[in-house]
Design a protein around this ligand. Sequence first.
Ligand code: ZN
Length: 435
Amino acid sequence: MTQTINEQLVTFLNESMTCFHAVHNMKQRLLKENYIELSEGTTWNLEEGKGYFVTRNNSSIIAWNMACKNYTSFHLVSSHSDSPCFKVKDNPEIVKDGYVKLNTERYGGMLMNPWFDRPLSVAGRVIVKEGNSFQTKLVNIDKDYLITPSVAPHLNRNANNGFVYNAQVDLLPILGSEDCKGLFQKQIAEYANVNEDSILASDLFVYPRDKGSIWGANNEYISSPRLDDLQCAFASLNALLQATPTTSIPVFVCFDNEEVGSLTKQGADSTFLKDTLLRINNACNKTQEDFHTTLASSFMVSADNAHAIHPNHGEMHDPINHPQMNKGIVIKHNANQKYTTDALSCAIFKDICAKANVPTQTFVNRSDAPGGSTLGNISNAHVSLNCVDIGLAQLAMHSTYETAGAKDTEYLIKALTAYYSSSLKMQDAYTYNLD
Ligand code: ZN
């Protein structure tokens, strides 16, 4: 089973080269499972027993199982669809010294070093005008298309001495020789299957061509681009589809723009989640008061990958709370609340995992390291819920090729299926019941 899940995960990762492709692939999976697509631009009529989903910007998606119209809570899991990469600028071709290079800028905080000397390509979306309508088309140049060459140590004697990269100088990939001047836009149009003149604007990203791999002496690891955070998105979507909910509504949320601060119309720092929950409430003929009592009993699992202890740099981690790959779900804690986990949310989530026979472990940063933050507290500013921050342990976060444990995806699916199938209820200020 673990092998099959990992093979499915690898396929999903290979086909999800941008946030737009990730959301498209999740949509296709939901449609196959008879989920119904809703538009934010039309009135919603929801029927009990059916599954629904809605997207915003084609890069964030929320799906839920309308198991019970008389529900008492939402059980949410959030993840993110984007990954650090390079965005292609407008007027991207730079012709110089016999080459055509692509002019790009950084999207998010990637490790720069792994972007050199490997096949890269371009994917994303173009907006085309047909008559009086603006349409979104996905595009992927599905071939080895670009390379960003490093500088040989003979030319740069500091190459191995902590060289500082400049994104405007060092990270521009070669598209071809100067003979290919003007070809980029033509090829984007060709791969998008549209007329070049009809493209008005685009969101195009450079992505690594490496395919996911299951490896190690006992096949104990899985490596791929974009494990952060598509591994959690994949696991939570599978859990949604496997769950048997009772009186809570299981909600799958995958936000774009986590890597750049979430403050976009479709990010965790937007109204997308609150709007969706409120519309579910209204479509079920519930009152504003019902909405508040429901939120009081609701819970969110903010799922974003965590740092596994590094094999060569154990000293960079907390002396005790340093997770390992294949040892179960990581619960993240931070005294300054960059992670939302508190004693109550930790206790509830640990109990769910224990009942599902899934091990958990703890992550806390070294006390002298700032660490990162994630979706939970940003989303909580809009819809405030009991929330736990979790993730799967991985190495080389924000590299072009990240590594995680082969057993952990299955652990997360099992735990989240149990969570989506349970129901939390607030009794009073001191007491919650979980059924
Ligand atoms: Zn992440």
